[in-house]
Design a protein around this ligand. Structure first.
Ligand SMILES: Cc1cc2nc3c(=O)[nH]c(=O)nc-3n(C[C@H](O)[C@H](O)[C@H](O)COP(=O)(O)O)c2cc1C
Length: 234
């Protein structure tokens, strides 16, 4: 193995030139297994493709059906669709071209204070007649005690896990709608927070470009299942 390395920007930008030159395969199905198999990270987009607000909302409505710890739904979304805002984001995300070419960038964020909405979430269940009030109150108190007692790091971890789940569901929903995505952890978090006015306690999980893919991503390349699988005890 050589000891060559490259800058983070080169590393992130080289990937888009690899893989097939063909456009992503157009699927005529929403079969779950096909969607899961065919979703891949797409880094080249048709910059003329625009998404309607209703279409974006529909994807997010599907995404938020994801599970979350104590159903606290700590995900928050910042949809960046304005071209000038995308241009501002570009250098913060190491000039990854998909930031400006995809129709939108969804910043998936995690609210580390999401537990404070437990009253609203469990109160809804009471109003809908699906949980007795005293049970909801007990849940709410326990959630405040548990999450309120967590360290900041632990609360951030929870938000990151739930943010990952919602991001995955968003990527699959987009694919099922004939759109492509790429998740991105390659961006300068502090600059992102400052530039996009991210409030205190809200942490970026990842950025997600969504749009009409112009060039397919890599073919699937995975470690064999048996390299990553243990049974019963590690
Ligand atoms: C949390 C996370 C961060 C990622 N960050 C980047 C990124 O900044 N830029 C990029 O081009 N791809 C990024 N990727 C995409 C991965 O490179 C890609 O998922 C992986 O190579 C597998 O390929 P596939 O998504 O096509 O199956 C990221 C993926 C994840 C899950």
């Amino acid at each position: 193995m050589s000891d060559k390395t490259m800058s983070k920007e080169d590393y992130l930008n080289k990937a888009k030139d690899l893989g097939s030159a063909e456009a992503p395969k157009q699927l005529d199905t929403t079969d779950f297994f096909t969607i899961a198999e065919e979703r891949r990270s797409v880094r080249q987009y048709d910059p003329s493709h625009k998404m309607e607000e209703s279409e974006i909302r529909e994807l997010l409505e599907t995404a938020i059906q994801a599970p979350s710890s104590s159903n606290l739904q700590p995900w928050r979304f910042l949809v960046i669709q304005d071209q000038a805002a995308k241009e501002e984001l570009l250098p913060i995300a190491f000039n990854q071209q998909q930031i400006v070419d995809a129709s939108i960038v969804v910043a998936i964020l995690g609210d580390t204070d999401a537990y404070k909405k437990a009253g609203e979430i469990y109160g809804n269940l009471v109003e809908m007649g699906r949980m007795p009030k005293d049970m909801a109150d007990t849940y709410i108190n326990s959630i405040h005690q548990t999450y309120g007692g967590f360290t900041d790091e632990k609360r951030k971890n929870v938000a990151m896990i739930d943010g990952g789940l919602v991001a995955m569901q968003l990527m699959l929903a987009a694919k099922a709608k004939g759109l492509d995505t790429v998740p991105m952890g390659g961006f300068k978090e502090d600059e992102f927070k400052a530039t996009f006015n991210i409030p205190e306690g809200v942490e970026p999980v990842m950025l997600l470009s969504v749009g009409k893919g112009a060039k397919a991503g890599f073919d699937k390349n995975r470690l064999p299942l048996d390299d990553v699988l243990q049974w019963d005890k590690y």
